[in-house]
Design a protein around this ligand. Structure first.
Ligand SMILES: Nc1ncnc2c1ncn2[C@@H]1O[C@H](COP(=O)(O)OP(=O)(O)OP(=O)(O)O)[C@@H](O)[C@H]1O
Ligand SMILES: [Mg+2]
Length: 308
């Protein structure tokens, strides 16, 4: 696990011993985390792990029960309004006003962000450019994916330093997902923006620099994404057994081994380097193919090993 950087000037977020409680439910439990400016971070964890609670806390929409949150050096509890000027936020559930058009929603938000005059008009025009076809339609009449794209455009329209996305691409088609991802990548190429996001799409998680895993409100760890894969991913073995007896021996000896129904091969992911098992695999396989295990496997393995 890598250490957070000590350069305070380069820190987008510093969370110190933060606890969030909803009544008797502890959603975040003594969590400390630093996020360096310019980082793209995925917040990972199972349903109910506390991801949205952390995201809302970062978005200043939730106050910690204990502990302290600093955003760009601003104490969020003392100056939430100032902190919000730095932020673009896409919540997990819909946040547009369905009774207004797309344009009206963006106009309202631009005013809330303190954009005025020419700067306001050009920010709105730029944000609306991809939505020519439905800029003047009521939001209530848009599809889920169209609404989501508008929410992302709205979050980016005031050029925030920090963008926070809670499952921004959930439940929408591949093209809309790509469009959202493209707009984020475009912003990344032009400005040094910090992005903190949750997603259940492994290909999106794989494109973030860093990730952290929450489990029952606790932070299990925080890694550069390739380090998580290296430390917990292990190797994926595909074995064509020499004969039926060899296949039985492999299935009996390898924990979690299964038959791939398409090819009939024995498949297993091994996260530890055990010389005895490797010798057994070599002795019973007519053909052997080894590849790095995918990132989702590393996330499951890290959670299993680190959760107490
Ligand atoms: N408004 C609320 N009132 C009471 N409990 C809540 C509230 N919001 C969340 N919780 C509880 O806090 C815990 C963390 O919830 P949270 O929404 O942060 O999880 P999550 O990781 O975002 O889950 P998911 O993947 O399902 O979105 C859960 O036990 C949840 O039931
Ligand atoms: Mg959530």
């Amino acid at each position: 696990m890598s250490k957070p950087t000590a350069d305070v000037a380069g820190i987008a977020y510093a969370l110190r011993d933060v606890t969030v409680e909803y009544g008797r439910t502890v959603a975040l439990d003594h969590l400390s985390l630093q996020v360096a400016r310019g980082t793209w971070m995925s917040v990972l964890g199972r349903n109910g792990a506390g991801k949205s609670s952390l995201i809302k806390l970062l978005a200043t929409l939730l106050q910690p029960t204990f502990g302290q949150v600093e955003l760009d050096g601003i104490n969020v509890a003392r100056k939430p309004g100032l902190a919000r000027r730095h932020l673009g936020y896409v919540p997990q559930s819909g946040s547009l006003d369905g009774r207004l058009t797309v344009r009206e929603n963006l106009e309202f938000f631009a005013a809330m962000q303190g954009l005025r005059g020419g700067a306001r008009r050009s920010a709105i025009d730029q944000a609306l450019a991809p939505f020519d076809a439905f800029a003047d339609r009521l939001v209530a009449q848009l599809s889920t994916g169209q609404k989501r794209r508008v929410e992302v455009a709205r979050a980016l329209m005031h050029d925030p330093d920090i963008v926070i996305l809670d499952e921004a691409t959930a439940g929408i088609d591949a093209q809309s997902r790509q469009a959202i991802w493209d707009s984020l990548q475009q912003m990344r190429q032009t400005r040094r923006v910090t992005v903190i996001m949750t997603s259940h799409f492994i290909e999106e998680i794989g494109q973030t620099d860093r990730c952290c895993i929450l489990h029952k409100g606790q932070l299990l760890g925080e890694w550069a994404t390739p380090d998580l894969l290296r430390d917990y991913g292990g190797q994926f073995y595909r074995m064509t057994a020499k004969d039926a007896a060899a296949q039985d021996a492999l299935l009996a000896a390898l924990p979690g081994a299964a038959i791939d129904p398409t090819s009939g091969d024995v498949v297993v992911t091994l996260t530890q380097h055990d010389p005895a098992l490797l010798a057994l695999i070599a002795a019973h396989s007519a053909r052997l193919h080894v590849t790095p295990a995918p990132l989702d496997r590393a996330i499951v393995e890290a959670t299993a090993r680190l959760a107490r």
